[in-house]
Structure formats: C-alpha cells, structure tokens
Design a protein around this ligand. Structure first.
Ligand code: SF4
Length: 485
C-alpha cells in the first residue's frame, strides 16, 4: 500500500474520498471541471513563482517512477545541496506500507543526520490563505518521512501561503494528530468496503466522486441530502435510530431538542424539513411578526441584482440588473460589465446611475454578497455614504426571506436548487458561479467574446430566477399570512 501526504489531506476531508482514491474505479470519476482545472493551474503557478525566488536543484525523474525520484533526491541530500525542489522521499514501514512524500522544497540546515553535519527542513507552498489543519497534517506527514530517512528530527517545517507568506507549523503539536490520522487512514484503506456516503456540499463540491456518491445517496434517500443535517447532527440522529427521511419527519421536536448541537429551533427546523421533503411540498413557517408587504415589497418597478466576481482579484466584474416594470409589463436587463479589471470603477458608476434612475424601486438580491459588495465598492470608489445608505436600505435579500418563511423540498437553499424546484431552468444548464469565474479568466486570456456572452446570459438567468422566486413567495405566503392576521 502506498500512502501519500495528499491521501492524508483527502482523508482529513473525507475518509470515503481516501478509500475511493485508492481502490475506486477511475472510469466512474467525474471529468475535471474547468474550475478545478483553474485552481490546479493557479496553484502550480503560485508554486513556481515562489520557487523562482530560490536557487535550488530540481530533481528530475520519469513521471510516477518514485524509486528513481527517491534515489536522485537522496543523492542530492547526501551531497548537501542547499535547496532541493521536486524531491521524492520514500520509506517503508515495518508493516510493509510505503510512505511517499513529495515536499515542495527541502532546505539544508545545520544538524546531525545520516549524511553528516547537516539535515533538511521542509517547506510546502499552498494556494490557500489560511494554514488549514489539512495542510498542517500533510506537512507533518512529510516531516515524519523525512525524519525517518535522515535519522534526525526535522528542524523546521512551514507553509508558504498566498498573501500571508510563511507560516511555521508547530510539529510537536500536530505530529500526534497526524499519527492518529495516519493510523485511521490505514485502517480505512485496509477495510473491505468504503466508508458510508455523506454528502456535504462544502467538501463534495469539487470531489471527482460526487456523481457516484450522489447516486448512492439519492437511492438511499440519505439524510445528508436534507439541508441542515451536518455530520455531527447525523451521528446524533443515528444514535436514536433516525436514519430515514420518514423517521425524522414523524419524530417529535421534543425528542430531538436535547441532542447536542440541536436545541428547539434546529430540532423544529429539521423535522419540518423532513416533512417538506417526504411529502414533496412547501410548508409555510408562520412568523407572526413577518410583514409580507414590508419585507418582500411589490412595486411598480423592481430591480433584480446579481454580481459576478473574480475572488482572487477581488473584482466585481459584472453588475447585472434586471429592471421589471410591473405596471407597463416590460423589462430590461442591464449587464454592467467591466471588460478589463480597470473598468470596475466605471461599471460601479453606471450602477449608481441606474439605481438612481429608479429611486423607489426595491433591489432584490440573493444572499448578503450583493449588499456587502455595494458597501465595499462605495468605500473603494469614495462614494458618499449619503448615496450608499439609501441604496442599501432598498436591498431585499430573498435568501433571508425564503429561509425565514418557508421550508421547501430541496436539497439546498441555494438559488439554483430553489428556482429549479419552482420549474425555472437556466439556458445553460452547466453554468455556475465558479464556471463564470473561469469564463472571465478565459476572456481576459483570449479576448474571445463568447465567454462574455455566456457570463451575461448566466447572470441574467440568475436575475430571472430571483424574479420567479419573489413572485412565488408572494403568491404562496399571502394566503398563509392572511390566515394568521
Ligand atoms: S463526493 Fe463527498 S462523500 Fe463522496 S468521496 Fe467525495 S467528498 Fe466523500
């Protein structure tokens, strides 16, 4: 069995992922998305830029021939080369497991090692901005392999993070955790069957096994497909024998609210979510203080606002506004697009002019991002607060209004999931915010305008999805709230 730092990293995220990466059929993996390709490319570029700052020897070996790579690396370390990049470290444990480490940079330090009065320290270069635990466990694994080879503790191990720079990993603190993770990972990989599926959006989104796992989860009507069921909460539900949507839907709130991580609100929400999913229908949450017409206003002219942004550049490059004139039965979509990053300020000004033309129109958006970006751009371009405040006052977050007032038979309260349940379809079914980031990068790199057309169409459809959601909320909630008045 071959164990790598990357496998430890994946295991930390999801034990099933490590198992499938080792034993799964690569034929059934999802094709790599453009967004994942972009992350990998950006990561390689970042690594190259950092390594260019060092005068180092690069180890060369045929792709995948770890033994040749390890021999060349050991020869370089035995010579005492100051900086070694692309090194390969191989160690076989007493139980016959091969540990493969590929640190980004090995740096010679004073010390006593197998090779003489020097030893090596480790550096890994990461695209992330935070020293995530999974990065620290991975470098602790590298340190374990290196220490075994050089017969000397690793003097220092650190991460070079994007923007944040050097972060020294406290090996004394992380090493015991890494050893426990390593043991658990070996146990999982030696098991006959893969760990059970648990779909968690934040970790499964970019996983190549998603379609495979999702199919299983759907066939089992797995509780992880219910919004709000986290791994910890699922573990608690399992202890009560509640592993199906039906069982949860017929549970009493009182039986759940004492569970760790629940409380009355979560318990009530979860039972209601299971009921909505089981019966495939929306359930109104009767909030007596909710004033429908104030919280989700209907006006002669309404604006639906959605931003496309490039997070790495901190750039809001498309401010899309759908203006709906309910009175005249007309609409117009405004794609305020920065064709170059330098145009963001002009686009911002156009946005201010546009929303200024409709001073009484509510501005619907989905999630807080649009409102926080209005604040950020206002500060960045010195827009007077007296101009920003009234705009923010007109903003209506439809995600907030949705989760406060209804429970829907959906797997997530993302706009896509909700609007699709309402029957809305995007013209480009594969488009996502992440894909739009790739399209914008491609536009900047190639000047091919089809990428801009695709982004604009996707953004407009997001605005239309919000429009349909808003109409549906009013239609669905009006009778329910009238009944309680
Ligand atoms: S899709 Fe999710 S559950 Fe399946 S292997 Fe990947 S991360 Fe794990």
């Amino acid at each position: 069995m071959l164990l790598t730092a990357d496998l430890i990293l994946q295991f930390q995220r999801c034990s099933r992922r490590a198992f499938l990466d080792t034993h799964g059929d690569p034929q059934i993996q999802d094709p790599r998305s453009d967004y994942l390709s972009k992350i990998i490319k950006d990561s390689q570029l970042h690594r190259r830029q950092v390594l260019n700052g060092y005068t180092s020897d690069r180890i060369a070996y045929p792709p995948g021939d770890w033994h040749r790579g390890a021999q060349a690396t050991q020869a370089a370390m035995a010579q005492g080369v100051a900086h070694i990049e692309n090194g390969v470290l191989l160690v076989t444990t007493d139980s016959g497991i091969t540990l493969l480490s590929r640190p980004d940079l090995l740096t010679r330090y004073p010390g006593q090692s197998t090779w003489g009065n020097w030893c090596y320290a480790l550096t890994n270069i990461k695209l992330g901005k935070r020293p995530k635990l999974e990065y620290q466990l991975a470098i602790a694994f590298d340190a374990y392999v290196l220490a075994t080879l050089q017969g000397e503790e690793v003097p220092t191990a650190g991460l070079i993070l994007r923007e944040k720079g050097w972060y020294e990993v406290d090996l004394d603190r992380v090493q015991p955790q890494m050893e426990a993770t390593l043991a658990a990972c070996i146990e999982t990989l030696q098991a006959e069957e893969a760990p059970a599926v648990f779909i968690a959006r934040n970790r499964c989104g970019l996983c190549p096994w998603l379609s495979h796992c999702y199919e299983i989860a759907q066939a089992e009507a797995h509780l992880s497909l219910l919004p709000g069921v986290t791994p910890n909460r699922y573990a608690q539900l399992k202890l009560l024998g509640l592993t199906t949507v039906e069982a949860l839907a017929t549970s009493s709130v009182a039986s759940l609210e004492m569970l760790p991580g629940f409380g009355p609100e979560v318990a009530e929400k979860m039972v209601r979510q299971a009921q909505a999913t089981l019966h495939g229908r929306a359930i109104a949450r009767i909030v007596r203080t909710f004033n429908l017409h104030r919280e989700i206003p209907t006006a002669g002219i309404e604006l639906y606002f959605d931003i496309e942004a490039e997070p790495d550049m901190n750039l809001a490059y498309l401010l899309g506004v759908l203006a709906v004139d309910r009175a005249a039965g007309q609409h117009q979509f405004h794609a305020l697009l920065a064709e170059t990053p330098e145009e963001e300020g002009q686009v911002w000004q156009k946005f201010l002019d546009l929303v200024g033309r409709y001073p009484h129109a509510p501005i619907f958006h989905f999630c807080p991002y649009e409102a926080t970006t209005i604040k950020r751009l206002g500060e960045l371009y010195n827009t007077p607060e007296s101009q920003i405040e009234p705009i923010l006052h007109r903003c209506v977050d439809l995600h907030d209004r949705t989760v406060r007032t209804v429970t829907l038979p959906v797997e997530s309260y993302a706009l896509k999931s909700i609007a699709r349940w309402l029957g809305f379809t995007w013209r480009d079914s594969d488009a996502t915010g992440a894909q739009a980031v790739c399209w914008y990068g491609n536009w900047l790199a190639t000047g091919d305008r089809t990428h801009l057309t695709a982004i604009t169409r996707y953004n407009e459809d997001d605005c239309w999805a919000m429009y349909h959601l808003k109409n549906w909320l009013i239609e669905f909630l009006s009778p329910a709230l009238a009944h309680t008045a």
